[in-house]
Design a protein around this ligand. Sequence first.
Ligand code: F3S
Length: 69
Amino acid sequence: MAARLKVHVDPDKCQGHARCKALAPELFELDEYGNAHEAGDGTVPPGLEDKAWLAKSNCPEIAIDVIEE
Ligand code: F3S
């Protein structure tokens, strides 16, 4: 069975590039300044694991962590 994933955005690193939101809109929310945070508690629903990794690898600030539980 695949590991359950969680995403986390480091608010100190995020600069609002919003690629995460474009690539994985189910997993990220943007605040009024355009900075991202994980949706809910960051749990990645089944089937969206590839989007989690894609968002992580596309963040120019390396602000996204994908945690395997
Ligand atoms: Fe921030 Fe990176 Fe997304 S800079 S808005 S976490 S692409």
